[in-house]
Design a protein around this ligand. Structure first.
Ligand code: FMN
Length: 227
């Protein structure tokens, strides 16, 4: 047996062995190969969020709007939302004083105004005058909403929670107003904006992928989920 032949045999045996090891690992991981395993992104925020515009009055009743992405629905009964704001914002102090705010849902037509509301402060500028958008006094709470945006939600402040840099405001939904033009075509809400905080990009929503509380029945449906 010459030296080259011995080395070749050794290399083939090594490859077969590595393949066997990979198969063994794949079996242990329930069919998932090492290459498919997750990597840690650390504790950074890399989740997509909706983009809302929060309406409030200052002490002199000047209407103000600010963009917020640390937001969400947090209770069904009573219906509540959360928005998390820094104390440095004008809106923080407005909401603390008036105990009310609105959530205005921008469509993609209002992407420029939405971004602007998130870049300058109502302390320095009349943002509504600058954008030419129309503030309307809420019917139920002491906060303004934007006439031109497709959806506005009137909220009464019911609680706050200090989290760190942000204070979470919990608002009970008192009324949701939607453009008459939306009619039954609530699909128009698919025009809403989504924010990618890591990339700092806005996105639109994509296609309807399936019905909630329904498509999962293909796997099983033991109990009725509570919303
Ligand atoms: C897309 C986007 C999302 C934002 N989300 C938040 C947020 O969730 N909380 C916050 O405190 N500031 C957020 N900001 C920054 C505020 O909107 C910004 O500081 C604004 O100038 C505050 O306005 P105000 O001082 O008139 O209240 C965001 C800005 C942008 C552009």
């Amino acid at each position: 047996m010459n030296k080259h032949f011995t080395v070749s045999i050794f290399a083939v045996l090594l490859l077969v062995g590595m393949n066997g090891l990979a198969e063994e690992t794949t079996r242990k991981n329930g069919g998932e190969s090492i290459m498919d395993k997750k990597i840690s992104l650390g504790a950074e925020i890399s989740l997509l969020t909706p983009v809302w515009v929060i309406g409030s009055y200052d002490k002199a009743n000047k209407p103000n709007m600010m963009t917020a992405a640390w937001v969400g629905i947090c209770c069904s009964q009573p219906p509540c939302v959360t928005v998390s704001l820094r104390k440095a914002t004008y809106t923080y102090h407005n909401i603390m004083a008036k105990k009310a705010f609105t959530v205005n849902i921008p469509s993609r037509n209002y992407i420029k105004a939405t971004d602007y509301f998130g870049m300058v402060s109502g302390k320095d500028v009349d943002k509504l005058a600058a954008t030419g958008l129309t503030p309307v006094k809420g019917d139920h709470v002491d906060a303004p909403y934007i006439k031109e945006f497709p959806v506005a939600v009137e909220c009464k402040l019911v609680n706050t929670l200090e989290l760190g840099l942000h204070t979470m405001f919990i608002g009970e939904i008192i009324d949701v107003k939607a453009d008459k033009a939306l009619g039954d075509n609530k699909e128009a809400l698919l025009n809403m904006l989504i924010f990618n905080p890591k990339q700092r990009n806005y996105y639109g929503l994509g296609e309807n992928l399936g019905r909630a509380f329904s498509i999962g029945k293909e796997i099983g449906s033991k109990s009725q989920p509570e919303k």
